[in-house]
Design a protein around this ligand. Structure first.
Ligand SMILES: [Cu+2]
Length: 398
């Protein structure tokens, strides 16, 4: 293509359009520090991650142009070589070298992922079963990484080593039962081992406490709704009262059944306090859509499904204070998140979890307010019963 026709071609018009688009983008772009989406980390404003669609379209167009131009230059070079009766470019060698470059860049990328992003991995599991989950995670990661590195090196290494050569004839291999068997059985065996390993780990996590008939030290109700978690702790009787979704109202947001005397002293809490080295049973509920209780530091996650109460038993082993020391971060807090994208303000669904010594836990518990407030008593027409029965002084009027 001559220079004249290149200038008058549609490509030049497209380039002009791209430059105009870029110009508009640059002129209209907001100052990142003024951007409402900008996040401040350690007091330094950072631009929001996403730029306008014009930027990405332009980037794509520019990349296409650059690739196209390099192709044209090489083609022109190739033709001039042929005209001068010189050896043309050996594209098989070029492709072979590209494969090696791709392999090296890809392996470096994988190494970068491990060192840079791998450093952001969660700290040590803060629960008893979490250690088993981590063992499973690392076994799977190491096995899959070995397979990944070996197969990628073989794949691109073979592409380079056996690139086209006019002096060599390829070997035609229509079928080989041994190879078929090896590449079917080997992954099947490895995957079966991993699945069985996972199955037994999950069984240990979910069944052990029940199988031994061992009761959890504390029961905590966690209820998800758009967009918050509500916590309910048992009072001095150590038992949670019954709930019924039909009883949910403005003042009784969890639908607690106050005909059940165990519910009188149920406590509400804003932070999830847990005593260290005591088994906790989280009773999981949802009121509207599917949410998911997610406590990554304890390796706990279970869906909260409306109409289907579930539970998760676990034993925290590291207090918040110990974890602050371990991570070197004095502001460290465990968190419980929602791990289902349950609506617009899903990101708001988180609460602080604080793992403390038993004495501190008891002191905290004593300060929490009961769900049975004066307003609820009024709404439900509760009457104070004379102190003859000291324990549960409240009874329903009807
Ligand atoms: Cu949610």
């Amino acid at each position: 293509m001559g220079l004249k026709s290149l200038i008058s071609s549609k490509k030049m018009l497209s380039l002009l359009a791209a430059v105009v688009l870029f110009g508009t983008n640059a002129v209209m772009a907001q100052d990142p520090t003024q951007d409402a989406g900008a996040t401040t980390l350690n007091g330094v404003a950072k631009p929001s991650v996403w730029l306008g669609p014009g930027y990405y379209v332009l980037l794509f167009v520019i990349v296409c142009f650059v690739v196209g131009i390099i192709g044209k230059i090489l083609r022109v070079y190739d033709l001039t070589q042929q005209i001068q009766n010189k050896k043309p470019i050996n594209w098989h060698n070029v492709m072979g070298v590209c494969c090696i470059i791709f392999l090296v860049a890809g392996l470096y990328g994988a190494y970068w992922e491990f060192t840079v992003q791998g450093a952001m991995i969660l700290p040590d599991a803060a629960s008893e079963h979490g250690v088993k989950i981590d063992e499973m995670f690392w076994t799977t990661t190491v096995l899959t990484m070995i397979v990944f590195f070996v197969t990628q090196i073989l794949l691109f290494g073979f592409l380079f080593r056996y690139r086209y050569n006019a002096n060599r004839r390829g070997h035609f291999l229509p079928h080989n039962n041994t190879i078929e068997k090896v590449w079917t059985i080997a992954p099947a065996v490895v995957l079966t081992i991993l699945v069985i390993f996972g199955f037994f780990t999950w069984q240990q996590i979910t069944n052990t406490v029940d199988a031994k008939g061992e009761q959890a030290s504390i029961n905590v109700d966690i209820t998800g709704h758009q967009f918050a978690w509500e916590l309910r702790y048992p009072g001095s009787d150590g038992r949670l009262g019954a709930t019924n979704y039909k009883l949910v109202s403005g003042t009784n947001k969890l639908g607690i059944n106050y005909k059940d005397k165990f519910s009188y002293d149920d406590l509400q809490a804003d932070t999830m306090y847990l005593p260290v080295r005591k088994s906790v049973k989280l009773n999981i509920h949802a009121q509207d859509v599917i949410h998911s209780v997610y406590m990554p530091h304890f390796r706990v996650q279970l869906n909260a499904v409306p109409g289907l109460p579930t539970f998760f038993k676990f034993k925290p082993t590291i207090t918040t204070a110990e974890m602050q020391r371990k991570t070197g971060d004095p502001t460290f807090e465990y968190l419980v998140y929602c791990n289902k994208i349950c609506g617009g303000a899903h990101y708001n669904m988180k609460k602080v979890v604080r793992v403390v010594e038993e004495s501190e836990y008891q002191a905290w518990l004593a300060q929490q307010k009961p769900y049975l407030t004066d307003q609820v008593k009024k709404d439900l027409k509760f009457a104070e019963v004379k102190p003859a029965a000291q324990q549960n002084r409240l009874a329903l009027n009807n």
